[in-house]
Ligand binder design. Structure first.
Ligand code: SDX
Length: 395
């Protein structure tokens, strides 16, 4: 009864795409943005440099950086009426649910930057998205903890502004530590773009139909939310807290190896990297800096537990043979927890950082005069040529 169609290998799938933004060599653990290695960008640049690089193709010179930072800074406020969107959510809503809703609604307020055929409107939409995401994420957090929203400040840089909007309260200004602000900025850099991952592909597919950039980014947020993708940082912390102590690591390693056990080592493995994710190395180094700066290194057992889990896993043939190494999510949650973020905000932070990648990839696709609507191929496995039962034929 089940007809099997033969797959026509000649049909070119629309599931792949050309891009000049990010290059990954999964076997050798290499990640580059516009030809610059992620380790160099994380060490010597700030997030605004990397945003300019991803969006415009090169690192900015001094005047370009000044102009770019001004353009982003002066778009950080949200239309005041959008505050009422937040009030429609339950206080205990997951920040990602709030961000999907609020970002999707941006096109209702900023419809003067939704004509994707107009390069100027595309640039304005890109700057607005980049500028407003930290404000929206911080507002989602404030709403969840019942604190008043804190407005962006033009005297702070991107990372400082986000920390201030998140942690300041009217009764007490948040004291911005340069080390923490630098760590936040570096986390944004490490999450900025990653070639055609699930959420970026979602943004591209949504954009290929001509949908406005705000709606496309909202679709990317929805895809990123999943625990196999951007939700893994939250899942890593829950996993480490479940393991609890080093002596229980072998038990969980065995569970991760057991095909019949749904437990997976979260923060391990990757669709592309079959070597160490270069972002994880930078993240681990940042972990030590942040915990030392906060003076909680000795009180934060999760980092020691994570490093011991990594050590034991990478000595086990199962993980080595399957080329399962730590990925970007394995250490990020430990830093974010130490900085004071609740686990529910981890993926929201990932979305803030990845917005520039989504927007850069969306622009690259829309600017290509030959781009067409995406239409991924399927292999039909269902029934064919069935006759209706007689009982239906009397109707
Ligand atoms: C991100 O695509 C991107 O670029 C994503 C991302 C980005 O920046 O956008 O890098 C961000 O999403 C990082 C990944 C975060 N997710 C996790 O850490 C969740 C845990 N990881 C797994 O769910 C898994 O590794 C995936 C989802 C990341 C990859 O899925 P695959 O491609 O199915 O896994 P694989 O090819 O790496 O797996 C090979 C084998 C499989 O077993 P077999 O079918 O060969 O018997 O290893 C197994 C998997 O079942 N496996 C694991 C495992 N990950 C894969 N076994 C135990 N623990 C794990 N973590």
């Amino acid at each position: 009864e089940t007809g099997m169609f033969t797959y026509d290998p000649g049909f070119t799938s629309t599931a792949s795409c050309d891009s000049a933004i990010t290059y990954i060599d999964g076997d050798n653990g290499i990640l580059m943005h516009r030809g610059y290695r992620i380790e160099d960008l994380a060490e010597h640049c700030d997030f605004m440099d990397v945003c300019h690089l991803l969006l415009n193709g090169d690192l900015p010179d001094v005047p370009q950086k000044k102009q770019f930072e001004h353009d982003i800074t002066y778009h950080t406020m949200l239309h005041e009426q959008m505050i009422y969107f937040f009030r429609g959510f339950r206080r205990d809503s997951h920040p990602m649910a709030v961000m999907v809703g609020v970002v999707g609604a941006l096109s209702a307020f900023y419809h003067d930057s939704t004509d994707i055929t107009d390069p100027h409107q595309r640039m304005v939409a890109s700057h607005r998205m980049l500028a407003k995401m930290p404000t929206i994420a911080a507002m989602a957090y404030k709403y969840s903890v019942g604190q008043p929203f804190v407005y962006p400040r033009n005297d702070l840089n991107y990372a400082e502004n986000f920390l201030n909007m998140t942690f300041s309260v009217p009764a007490e200004e948040y004291k911005i530590s340069p080390t923490l602000a630098r760590a936040m900025d570096r986390i944004f850099i490490l999450h900025a773009d990653h070639e055609q991952n699930a959420s970026t592909s979602t943004v591209r597919i949504a954009g290929s139909s001509g949908a406005n950039p705000f709606a496309c980014v909202a679709s990317g947020i929805a895809s990123l939310w999943g625990p196999a993708h951007g939700g893994a940082n939250e899942a890593v912390l829950r996993m480490l807290q479940e393991i609890g102590s080093k002596d229980r690591i072998p038990e969980f390693i065995e569970r991760a190896k057991d095909k019949n056990d749904p437990f997976r080592l979260m923060g391990f493995g990757h669709r592309v990297y079959k070597n160490y994710d270069p972002r994880a190395k930078v993240m681990q180094k940042s972990c030590h800096e942040v915990l030392d700066e906060l003076g909680i290194r000795k009180d934060e057992p999760l980092l020691d537990l994570a490093m011991e889990l990594e050590r034991i896993a990478l000595e086990d043939d199962f993980f080595v043979d399957k080329k399962l190494f730590p990925n970007v999510d394995f250490y990020s949650g430990i830093i974010l927890k130490a900085m004071g973020f609740p686990t529910s905000m981890f993926t929201a932070l990932f979305a803030v950082a990845r917005t520039v990648g989504w927007i850069a990839q969306w622009n690259e696709m829309v600017e290509d005069p030959n781009h067409r609507i995406s239409r991924p191929r399927q292999l039909y496995q269902g029934n064919t040529g069935r006759e209706l039962p007689e009982s239906y034929k009397t109707n």
